[in-house]
Design a protein around this ligand. Sequence first.
Ligand SMILES: Cc1cc2nc3c(=O)[nH]c(=O)nc-3n(C[C@H](O)[C@H](O)[C@H](O)COP(=O)(O)OP(=O)(O)OC[C@H]3O[C@@H](n4cnc5c(N)ncnc54)[C@H](O)[C@@H]3O)c2cc1C
Length: 449
Amino acid sequence: MLTRAPDVLGLDQDERHRQPVTAPTRATRLDAQHPGDGEAWLDLCRRWEVLQEPFLRTLFTTFPPVRGPLQLLRRIGTAEALRLARFLLLPAKRMGEELFGGEGVRLLLAGNAVHADIPVTSPVSGAYGWLLAMLGQHFGFPVPVDGSGGLADALARRAEAAGARLHTGERVEHVAVSGGRVRSVHTAAGTTVRVRRAVIADVSAPTLYRDLLPPDAVPSWVHRDLDRFAWDTPVVKLDWALDGPIPWRTPEVGGAGTVHVGRGEDGLVRWSAVIESRRLPESPFLLVGQMTTADPSRSPAGTESAWAYTHLPRGVDDPPSADELARRAEGVLERFAPGFGARVRHRTVQRPSDLQDADPNLVHGTINRGTAQLFQQLVFRPVPGLGRPETPVGGLYLGSSSAHPGGGVHGACGWFAARAALRAHGRAGLLHRAATSAVLELLQRSGRE
Ligand SMILES: Cc1cc2nc3c(=O)[nH]c(=O)nc-3n(C[C@H](O)[C@H](O)[C@H](O)COP(=O)(O)OP(=O)(O)OC[C@H]3O[C@@H](n4cnc5c(N)ncnc54)[C@H](O)[C@@H]3O)c2cc1C
C-alpha cells in the first residue's frame, strides 16, 4: 500500500514553502512574498496541466518516442513547441530568474533540481525542478507503508500470482553468450540458469558490459563509450531514531514528508561548485525524509524515524571524508532545527562503501546508476546508440536505472526492458529482432571506422 507523503518542501534561512498545498493557496503565499510571483506560479501550473500527459508520455516511453511528441505538437503547435524546448533546456537558476522575482519560489525549483542531482546551472535542471515540483504539488511523494521493501514484496507477490518462480539471494557473476545470444546466467553460489527467452539485467551498464559479460561478447565501441560513462555523485546516508519530531525552527516544516535543506539559491550554486571541484562542502545540501509524517507505522506515536542523504564529490568516497560530511550534515540540521541532536536516540551512518556492500548496484555509493545530466540522458543513456533496453547481445536487455529514463522508483526502466523482451517474442518479433540487429550492426560498423 502506498501512502501519500504529505509534502515536499524547500527550506531556506529566509524563505520556507510547503506543499502540496493547492496551486491557488501557494500562489497567494508567493504573491505575498513578491507581488507577481503568484500569477507566475499559476502560469507554470497551467503549463503543467496542458503538458503533463504528453510530457510524461514522452519521458516514459522507449526511444524514439513518437506518440508523446505528436500529441504535444497537436496541443501547442510548432512555434510554441520551440518555446517549450527552450524552456525545458533552461538551467534551474535561469528558469527561476526568468519567471519569478522572489527567491523563495526560485529556491523551490532549484531544490527539486538538485534533488535529481543536477547542478542548478546545468541545462535541463530547470525541467527537473519543474517536473518534481509539479509532481509534488499534484501527488506528493508517495512512500510504501512499512518501508520501501514493501514495494519489492508487492511486485514479487504479483509476479508469483501470475505463475513466475522467483529465485533470489544469489549474486550473478557471469552471463554466458554464444553465437551472439545470451545462453545462461551463473551465480557465485554455483547455480546455472539456462536461458530460454530473455535476460533482463538490473545492474549498472558498466557492471553488465565489463564484469558480467565475456569481453569478446561486447563490441569495442561499447567499451570505448563506457570509458566516458559518468557516475552520479556518491552519497552518505544517515538514519536516526528520534524521541520526538524534528524541532524545526519553523514548525510547519514538520508536516513535510521530504524536506530539501539548503542555504538559498546562491548557496546551492556554491555547493554544486564545491562538489564539482572535489572538495567537501562546509554546508552540505540535504534531502531529509520524515517518515513517520508520511507513514505513522514507521515509529511509535510521538517519535520520529528520519533519514537524510547528502552528496560527496565524485571520487571522494573514502570513509574519513564520509564521516566528516555526516558530521557537517548534522551541523546543518542543528542550525535549521536547534535541539535536533538532543532528540537522537539512535543513529546510523552509511558511507558509500556501506551502501555498496548493502546493494552492489550502488557503485561507489552512487544512487542513480550514472549521472542524470543531459549528456547522459535520453538517446545518450547509458551510452550513445544504446538508448533502448536492447543490448548488442541477442535476448539480453538492460532494465536498471542505467537505462532510459534513469534513476527513481518509477519502474520504467524494467518495464521498458520487459516489454522489449516480450515484443521480440511476439508476432512481430522476427521483424523487431532484425531491425534491432541492423541498427546495432550499423553502430558497430561506424564504431570500427
Ligand atoms: C539512499 C537512497 C535514497 C533514494 N531516494 C529516492 C527517492 O526518494 N525517490 C526515488 O524515486 N528514488 C530514490 N532513490 C533511487 C532509487 O532507489 C533508484 O533509482 C532505484 O531503486 C533504481 O532501481 P534499479 O532497478 O536500477 O536498481 P535497484 O533498486 O538497486 O535494484 C537492483 C537489485 O539487483 C540486485 N543486484 C545487483 N547486482 C546484482 C548481481 N550481480 N546479482 C544479483 N542481484 C544483483 C541489488 O541487490 C538490488 O536488489 C534513492 C536511492 C538511495 C540509495
